[in-house]
Design a protein around this ligand. Structure first.
Ligand code: HEM
Length: 169
């Protein structure tokens, strides 16, 4: 059906809302949580800072956790999922097992955010922001993080096994 064939403007509007809004809503925005969770950045920053005060290395670990999340089907928080009876997660893939770390920092931030703004901020967004803060607090660069990622409900151990190996040429 072409838009030009629609006679009534309201029918056209309805058509656009129903069929096009999911596409529009799946965009990322820098101000995604400005009204729903204004304390987001402050909470992420304070938790990353206190984790770094406890152990400086955690900053590097958070950056790597973000990289290993994004490598498998994009930055959807899939790396954070535990194995279940129906899901083989990414935590035990060869490049990750006994190597990626920082989960407890993300969990702590998520708990604090559930108190401040329940059921609002995705774990994928928390990880993306925590990595940025960790790098920036380490005197690395700062980058703006567009927000509004949805958490993945699946993970892929086999794709996580495709992370580049330290033995590559
Ligand atoms: C592309 C090929 C890459 C390979 C083969 C590779 C491999 C590795 C290996 C073997 C380690 C040590 C892990 C351990 O000690 O358990 C490591 C650590 C690390 N990697 Fe990579 N990496 C790669 C790319 C990247 C990229 C793109 C980033 C950043 C976006 C990154 C960030 C880090 C950081 C920050 C650490 C230290 C993590 C910590 O101390 O907890 N790596 N990497």
């Amino acid at each position: 059906m072409e838009c030009s064939s629609i006679k009534h403007p309201f029918i056209f509007l309805f058509f656009c809302l129903v069929f096009l809004s999911p596409l529009v809503c799946s965009q990322l925005y820098y101000n995604f949580y400005d009204t729903t969770c204004p304390s987001l950045t402050r909470i992420v920053r304070s938790n990353v800072l206190s984790a770094m005060a406890n152990e400086t290395r955690i900053a590097a670990s958070l950056l790597r956790l973000h990289f290993h999340d994004c490598f498998v089907n994009g930055c959807d928080g899939s790396v954070l999922l535990d194995d279940t009876s129906t899901l083989k997660g990414e935590k035990n893939a060869r490049p990750n097992q006994n190597s990626i770390r920082g989960f407890e920092v993300i969990d702590k931030i998520k708990s604090a955010l559930e108190v401040a703004c329940p059921s609002t901020v995705s774990c994928a967004d928390i990880l993306a922001l925590a990595a940025r803060e960790a790098v920036n607090f380490s005197r690395g660069p700062f980058w703006s993080v567009p927000l509004g990622r949805r958490d993945g409900t699946t993970a892929s151990e086999s794709e996580a096994n495709n992370l580049p190996s330290p033995f590559e040429s």
